[in-house]
Design a protein around this ligand. Structure first.
Ligand code: ATP
Length: 238
């Protein structure tokens, strides 16, 4: 069974087609990357899969559940890191993770928070208020929040956006090890080195259409490109 099956997905905002009938599937345990220029429809696609937007056409199946009919089942199995997420600023990092963990009707809430704290790797700063965190620290807290629940599917919108080299590298390692322990990952990124390193397969999206899907290596061979950035430049309409 595919973890994600998207068929001819259409999403409109008013009369504007943001996503124009895209199809792709993701296998369990795969890291799948969506890349494309600004306004291509990446965030819209991720928000649809995170059950936050209704769709105007096509179908989406996640872990065997139909998005239109079984969104509440899907929500129990996924985790979504929005592109521009924030946390409650007057809580400490630890209190924020505890607050989120308490929403889950699970016996392992304590272990969940411990795992979140480990992922954030914020050391003693985990007990400082969130409004004292740098952008990178905030992102780490939110990645910890997204992955502490051991989701079956993690949907990560630009997980390393705004992070310095070292922090970004740590998040990438974390995403990779998360996938190795069985979580399927769908992410978007503007960092072509990142997708080349992380993703088993990528989909290149432009103007609401998928123009290429495949393994980074296969796409580089197809376009006789040295890297994914060259594939991007050669395939995306100017
Ligand atoms: P970026 O790389 O800049 O984050 P993206 O690929 O994630 O871009 P989306 O945010 O999905 O692109 O936007 C796709 C299209 O839908 C754009 O034309 C955008 O202006 C439009 N759009 C996105 N959100 C809304 C909204 N809430 N209302 C109206 N139009 C929207």
């Amino acid at each position: 069974m595919a973890a994600v099956e998207v068929k001819k997905l259409v999403k409109k905002y008013g009369s504007m087609d943001a996503v124009k009938g895209i199809s792709f599937s993701i296998s369990e345990g795969e890291i799948f990357g969506l890349i494309g220029p600004n306004g291509a429809g990446k965030t819209t696609t991720l928000r649809v899969l995170a059950t936050l937007l209704s769709i105007n056409g096509g179908s989406v199946t996640i872990l065997g559940y139909d998005l239109n009919k079984e969104a509440s089942e899907i929500r129990k199995l996924i985790s979504y890191l929005p592109e521009d997420a924030g946390a409650y600023k007057n809580l400490s990092g630890r209190a924020y993770l505890q607050f989120i963990a308490n929403f889950f009707d699970r016996k392992d809430v304590f272990a969940m928070v411990q795992k979140g704290i480990e992922i954030t790797d914020l050391g003693a700063r985990i007990d400082d208020r969130v409004d004292t965190y740098s952008k990178g620290m905030m992102r780490r807290l939110l990645v910890g929040r997204a992955l502490m629940t051991n989701p079956k599917l993690a949907i990560l919108d630009e997980p390393t956006s705004g992070l310095d080299v070292i922090n970004a590298q740590e998040i990438r390692k974390l995403v990779k090890s998360t996938a190795q322990s069985g979580t399927t990952v769908l992410l978007s990124s503007h960092n072509m080195l990142e997708v080349e390193y992380l993703c088993d397969r990528i989909a290149l999206i432009a103007e609401g259409n998928i123009i290429e899907t495949g393994k980074p290596k296969t796409l580089m061979e197809k376009y006789q490109a040295r890297n994914i950035e060259e594939v991007f430049v050669r395939t995306v309409p100017k």
